[in-house]
Design a protein around this ligand. Structure first.
Ligand code: GLN
Length: 180
């Protein structure tokens, strides 16, 4: 199994370390890719990531691969990239920088459906403002949806790669395994 990590911009190295810890082979992608079983879109800055994705001609191929069922994990800006206003593959609307300036970054611990309590690190994070009927909300913080799944897509508004807890990556890998 080999997992691609979109490495245009942002926190891709941390996801690479996390998967290394789990004994999974990774490939950092900036252009085209082949022979991968899953894809991670990291946190960063969604406007820049979007621009680079278009400049590199990756927008359409990535969108199509996800629509064709490639398992994808989007964290923070990666969540934004999957929403209706960006790649438009997941039936969600993200609200950017949703916690205001003062609360731009914080750590908390909350219940994650099917996993239990997990540490969550938020950095100028979005939350999920709207979700369609096919979307399952997996976690909330202060009533706001911060993690969700729709078919082959898993998103978190927080950064699981910045904690020592590997369970979100393991959940994603179980989605990859059950697909193949
Ligand atoms: N605020 C960023 C954006 O809107 C996301 C922050 C992050 O990925 N850590 O793209």
């Amino acid at each position: 199994m080999r997992i691609a990590i979109l490495a245009l911009q942002g926190a891709f190295a941390e996801h690479e370390q996390m998967l290394r810890l789990l004994g999974v082979e990774t490939t950092l992608i900036r252009e085209h890719w082949k022979d991968v079983s899953g894809l991670i879109i990291p946190g960063g800055e969604s406007t820049s990531m979007m621009r680079i994705m278009r400049d590199e001609g990756l927008f359409e191929p990535l969108r199509q691969a996800i629509l064709d069922g490639l398992p994808v994990l989007g964290t923070c800006a990666g969540l934004i990239m999957l929403d209706r206003n960006h790649l438009d593959v997941m039936d969600i609307m993200a609200r950017r920088n949703a916690y205001g300036r003062q609360l731009g970054s914080f750590n908390t611990e909350e219940e994650f459906k099917g996993i239990g309590r997990i540490p969550m690190t938020f950095i100028r994070a979005p939350y999920i403002e709207e979700a369609g009927p096919e979307v399952e909300i997996l976690a909330r913080v202060d009533g706001k949806a911060v993690a969700a799944r729709q078919k082959n897509m898993l998103v978190t508004a927080f950064h699981p790669e910045l904690t020592n807890d590997t369970r979100i990556h393991e959940l994603f890998l179980s989605m990859v395994k059950s697909k193949n």
